[in-house]
Design a protein around this ligand. Structure first.
Ligand code: NDP
Length: 262
């Protein structure tokens, strides 16, 4: 029987997931289709999922916490971070996963020997990805513009605001986890902080994709290896697809197919 998938978000018109996932369905010869649904009220996610007759869904901003609540069961990691970006229906039960963090971990691993990482930003994406990195033995320090969001990192990570940050170690990776540069020309931190951390790093990652942000331009001007958020997006998409279809192999094959969406 034909399988039906969709992405929920608001806004959702910009999302690459329908193209990536449709290519993968087609490429693997699976009878299925994948659409997008702009959902205003996250509390309606579960009802909408069943009403649309979905077999699986991806979930993007701002509904990842709602998706977490909509599921009957969530895996251990998603439970810890309280956010779900992949929902799979089995019978009449919904199962939730977080593939953003695993996708980001793969990007970090692709840099080779990395130990110390500085996150610029303390939002939802930073929360999920820092947890998985810490589990895998990385040191992650969190630097954010304002103090409030840092509270949920207190005790587990070194936390700083722009005012009290003094680099005590050399960072192997500096990551823009903020939305600075997404639809403006802002750097994610004052230029003095970037000057003190980026030039000595092995690389930088910007989780924003599809454009060269001021942060990426800054890193390139210092001849530091710079990657945007495209790989993270593709990797989380491959992992979600594997949950949808129920396979745990052929990662590279699916990755190569999804890359055609860019
Ligand atoms: P949140 O809204 O949860 O958090 C936003 C963060 O950005 C906060 O730390 C906020 O700081 C900071 N921020 C916003 N504007 C500025 C600025 N001008 N200067 C400094 N800091 C700023 O966002 P998310 O965690 O959900 O998303 C963060 C980014 O990750 C987005 O750009 C999103 O598109 C991207 N993303 C990419 C993915 C991928 O697959 N490539 C997957 C998921 C997300 P403050 O607390 O001070 O407000």
């Amino acid at each position: 029987m034909k399988k039906i998938f969709a992405i929920f978000g608001n806004p959702v018109s910009h999302s690459k997931s329908p193209l990536m996932q449709s290519y993968a369905l087609y490429g693997l010869g699976i009878d299925g289709c994948y659409g997008r649904y702009r959902l205003e009220n996250g509390d309606a996610l579960r009802d909408k999922f069943f009403e649309l007759g979905l077999d699986g869904a991806n979930v993007t901003v701002p509904h990842k916490e709602s998706a977490f609540r909509a599921c009957d069961e969530v895996d251990e990691f998603a439970k810890r971070v309280g956010a779900v970006n992949t929902v799979v229906r089995r019978g009449d039960r919904l199962y939730g996963y977080n593939t953003d963090a695993m996708g980001f971990l793969r990007v970090v691993e692709s840099f080779g020997a990395v130990k110390n990482i500085l996150f610029l930003g303390a939002g939802g994406t930073a929360k999920a990805t820092s947890a998985i990195l810490k589990d895998r033995g990385y040191r992650v320090d969190i630097l954010n513009r304002s103090a409030k969001r840092l509270e949920s990192f207190r005790g587990e990570f070194n936390i700083y605001t722009f005012d009290n940050f003094k680099p005590e170690i050399e960072y192997d990776l500096v990551v823009n986890m903020t939305s600075a540069g997404l639809s403006d020309d802002n750097l994610p931190a004052p230029v003095e902080i970037l000057e003190a951390t980026v030039p000595d790093a092995k690389g930088v990652i910007d989780v924003i994709y599809g454009k060269e942000t001021p942060f990426l331009k800054f890193a390139k001007s210092k001849a530091v290896l710079a990657r945007d958020g495209e790989d993270m997006l593709i990797y989380q998409g491959v992992l979600a697809f594997q949950y949808f279809i129920g396979i745990n192999s052929r990662f590279e094959q699916i990755e190569n197919i999804m890359r055609k969406a860019f």
